[in-house]
Design a protein around this ligand. Structure first.
Ligand SMILES: NC(=O)c1ccc[n+]([C@@H]2O[C@H](COP(=O)([O-])OP(=O)(O)OC[C@H]3O[C@@H](n4cnc5c(N)ncnc54)[C@H](O)[C@@H]3O)[C@@H](O)[C@H]2O)c1
Length: 444
């Protein structure tokens, strides 16, 4: 679903005019289709001397059916570099040496992944060198063209095996709109079971998705169902018709409930226990906006947004955790926004609530680790939905183009990131906030 400008760039006139005027020329991103190979071509794998991940990563990539090269070829679908051996800023030259000769040989929708050690778990010069990798990767993301992306994955010592789900996600077309991100694996839990079937990691699991009748929530419900989960799709009664359509299409169940109602957490817990004996994945997607500049914003406009986007989610978490409705190895996933990171005119209420979701992840991380589960959030950037179609044209165009990928994302891009968090194989991915924003300049 390319936007109108993007469609124009593909016409004969667009192909002539766009480069002449130096206009943005967004690539058609490769997106996931079941049965697609893990990577459309070989991956070049390198390591700084003393790296602790290269061997494991080589085995994981090969196991995923990816051809792994040790010497450069003409084109690479991915460049993967183990930088864990870099213990001093002088050693950062290894990153330059590996990438400089091959960075122009990354294919369309190609992938660059740098692996490091979480700086906060290192000391002295090693900590400085590892932290420095962030500037490198974020810049590479901005330089890459044709829909290629770059990410940094910090893997804690001992969690080498547990990084596989993250590596698979980032290399695959599922991460099409994730760019310039920093992910931490193994800072709390160091092990993760490999699923019996990587295509159905959620087989036998029950997933709750709020706000599932349309937009991003609908895509999340579809994607989790595709991965094998039974999805409980929740939305307000006024959305009942669309909600049933979604639930029926994916073989899930529909639950009409306003999550801000005082008795909603209790009703939800009762429903999940009675019908399913509990829940494995909770996705807090329901969200609203009531945009007004602060001086014009009514108290009810403030309260409504804080209630749906934050307070109701905390109440649901407390109930599901307190009554152990969320099963062992459970997942809580929040939907923040880049507005919660960068702030936005007319969105003091919304940005406060979405920054609060990040706080919810921070506070929940040790709590969920103790519980044997994880809590993470996505922060979508400009996603093509009815909500963003209503944004004035100029702001909409700026939202789309002011990013490394030069286009808006699709609801499925957010959904795929959530599915990666939800997978049992991501048990070591806890406390992360990943932006699904095509490396938007806003709040970068
Ligand atoms: N579209 C974007 O570009 C974008 C960007 C950043 C973040 N987000 C976030 O992603 C999420 C989904 O966004 P969307 O664009 O699909 O929005 P949407 O308005 O299309 O869908 C939100 C859904 O939540 C439901 N909902 C609202 N209040 C509820 C309540 N009290 N109880 C139960 N359900 C309720 C709505 O009925 C609706 O179906 C939201 O949290 C939004 O803030 C969206």
């Amino acid at each position: 679903m390319a936007d109108r400008y993007q469609q124009f760039t593909k016409t004969p006139l667009g192909k002539f005019v766009v480069p002449k005027l130096g206009l943005p020329n967004p690539a058609t991103l490769r997106r996931y289709r079941p049965g697609q190979p893990a990577l459309e071509g070989p991956a070049l794998l390198g390591a700084a001397p003393g790296g602790r991940l290269e061997k494991t990563v080589r085995a994981q990539l090969t196991g995923a059916g990816i051809e792994v090269l040790s010497a450069p070829a003409d084109r690479h679908a991915a460049l993967v570099f183990d930088a864990t051996g870099i213990t001093d800023p002088a050693g950062l030259r290894e990153v330059y040496r590996f990438f400089h000769p091959v960075i122009r040989k990354v294919g369309a929708s190609g992938r660059v992944v740098v692996l490091g050690t979480p700086p906060e778990l290192a000391e002295g010069r090693e900590r400085i060198a590892q932290r420095a990798l962030e500037g490198f990767v974020r810049s590479v993301g901005k330089e890459l063209k044709r829909g290629a992306t770059a990410q940094l994955v910090y893997v804690a010592e001992g969690a080498e095996e547990a990084a596989e789900s993250t590596l698979r996600f980032l290399l695959s077309a599922k991460s099409a709109f994730v760019d310039g991100q920093v992910i931490r694996v193994g800072t709390h839990v160091k092990t993760a079971p490999a699923p019996e079937n990587w295509d159905k990691p959620l087989d036998g699991k029950v997933a709750l998705v709020t706000g599932a009748s349309r937009g991003i929530g609908e895509a999340i419900a579809e994607t989790l169902a595709r991965d094998g989960a039974h999805v409980v799709a929740l939305d307000i009664p006024a959305q009942g018709g669309d909600l049933s359509t979604v639930a029926n299409r994916i073989g899930g169940s529909a639950l009409q409930l306003d999550i801000t109602a005082a008795d909603a957490p209790a009703k939800l817990a009762e429903y999940l226990v009675e019908r399913h004996g509990g829940v494995d994945v909770v996705v807090h997607n329901a969200g609203i906006t009531r945009d007004k500049t602060l001086g014009n914003l009514t108290e009810s406009g403030w309260d409504a947004v804080l209630a749906v986007n934050l307070s109701a989610q905390l109440a649901v978490n407390d109930k599901l955790l307190g009554d152990q409705v969320l099963r062992e190895n459970g997942r809580i996933i929040g939907v923040s926004s880049i507005a919660g990171i960068a702030g936005n005119v007319g969105q003091t209420n919304y940005a406060t609530s979405k920054a609060g979701v990040i706080g919810m992840v921070n506070v929940g991380t040790p709590q969920l680790a103790e519980y044997g589960g994880t809590i993470n959030a996505v922060a979508p950037g400009f996603i093509e939905t009815k909500m963003t179609a209503a944004v004035p044209l100029f702001i909409r165009e700026a939202g789309r183009r002011l990013s490394s990928l030069g286009q808006g994302g699709l609801p499925v891009d957010v959904a795929e990131t959530i599915a990666w968090y939800a997978s049992p194989a991501s048990a070591a991915v806890n406390g992360n906030l990943v932006r699904v924003c095509g490396q938007a300049l806003l709040g970068a």
